[in-house]
Design a protein around this ligand. Structure first.
Ligand code: PLP
Length: 373
């Protein structure tokens, strides 16, 4: 990456200079065990930027999911409804609380609401939609569904930074929205995560849960509950602050890269763009194509081999019931979600991908599609 021309935005230079200055100051006063000034400042900046009452910064997106569930009182014996098309981290976070994930079928980003209703039981405590590739389920309908039944709504918005749905930021519809700042996500800082919430009590419980239970929360004196160490380290907060300050640029760049790649693929047989509906102002997280070729997963794997990273081919993205690591849970099959994921090519795009690199990926995809038998 350092040897190619980075597709850097003008703001990248400012970001680097500011971050280096802050890192130098941090090193000058190290060790400073109580120092959390950048993490606290990032919380204020995130809450402002994404129009939530509170942001809580954490060590990863998985931590954000665990913390959001824990701070919502989800635990042993509870059931959490989650789409079949989700990622292993979502499932792990549910299991870490002691709750059981229950898979709901999903297609083209939306949940199957009949299946959702069929699987809602007296043990159901929460619904956890996963906005894969920045596309959301019908959040107005889901919010109403949860409100009517007293269910918590926690969004896995790790891939949806910058998406707006019905004019509102993804991750601000439910009780909490969970985000990752791992490299490759839109707002990156190496590792890291955060949650957004309008609930002051949830935010306080989340901060305590992420700091060994040491912090007081309403009806929860300091030290009365066990917690984890899920705090965001200061160097990570410095990088995240720098990237948040140029988030508009990062969002515009990703949208442009995705558009650019898709525009080069009009001659690729058997591949059609999966459009987003009019309710989304989509973040362009990944170029999304429907693969109408034989053995679509093998096709995606072949592209990965040829240097076109993608969700199915590189990361083996599949429905949760098919993950070997979760086989003991005997999760129910999700045929629509399976058919959807099996035929989706989601190309992984990174900030450093130049137009030349995107053109090269498009060339390989077109060539492989033309000769695929
Ligand atoms: C990246 C991601 C996560 C986990 O984030 P980490 O920071 O890697 O723990 C969870 N859910 C989704 C949908 C993600 O894309």
């Amino acid at each position: 990456m350092s040897h190619s021309t980075p597709a850097a935005t003008p703001g990248a230079t400012t970001m680097r200079a500011t971050a280096l200055g802050r890192l130098a100051e941090l090193l000058d006063r190290s060790p400073d065990p109580a120092g959390d000034g950048h993490a606290r400042a990032l919380e204020t900046e995130l809450a402002d930027r994404f129009e939530a009452a509170h942001a809580v910064v954490l060590s990863s997106g998985t931590a954000a999911l665990h913390v959001a569930l824990g701070a919502s009182g989800i635990g042993d014996g509870d059931e959490v409804l989650v789409p079949g098309a989700s990622v292993v981290m979502t499932l792990v976070a549910i299991r870490l609380t002691g709750a059981m994930p229950v898979l709901v079928d999903s297609a083209c980003g939306d949940l199957d609401f009949d299946d959702l209703a069929a699987k809602t039981t007296v043990r159901t405590k929460a619904v956890l939609p996963v906005h894969l590739a920045g596309r959301c389920a019908d959040l107005a309908r889901l919010t109403a569904y949860c409100a009517d039944r007293g269910l918590r709504l926690i969004e896995d918005a790790c891939q949806a930074q910058g998406t707006q749905y019905d004019g509102r930021w993804a991750g601000t519809f439910g009780d909490a929205g969970c985000f990752s700042t791992k490299d490759g996500k839109l707002l990156w800082s190496g590792e890291g995560g955060y949650l957004l919430t309008d609930d002051a009590g949830l935010a306080a419980r989340a901060r305590s849960f992420a700091a060994h239970g040491f912090l007081p929360a309403p009806d929860q004196p300091a030290g009365s509950r066990l917690g984890h160490n899920y705090r965001m380290p200061e160097p990570v907060a410095i990088i995240a602050r720098g990237n948040l300050a140029r988030f508009d640029e990062l969002l515009a760049l990703r949208r442009r890269q995705t558009r650019h790649l898709l525009d080069q693929l009009t001659d690729a047989p058997g591949l059609t763009v999966i459009p987003s509906d009019g309710r989304h102002a989509w973040n362009g997280y990944a170029p999304l194509l429907r693969v109408e070729l034989d053995r679509p997963r093998e096709f995606c794997a072949r592209l990965a081999e040829r240097g076109v990273p993608n969700s199915a081919g590189t990361y083996g993205l599949t429905t949760a019931d098919r993950l070997p690591s979760l086989k003991d849970l005997a999760l129910s099959a999700c045929p629509a979600a399976r058919a959807d994921l099996d035929t989706t090519l989601a190309v992984v795009v990174h900030e450093a991908d130049t137009d030349a690199r995107l053109d090269e990926m498009a060339r390989i995809i077109t060539e492989e599609a033309r000769q695929w038998r």
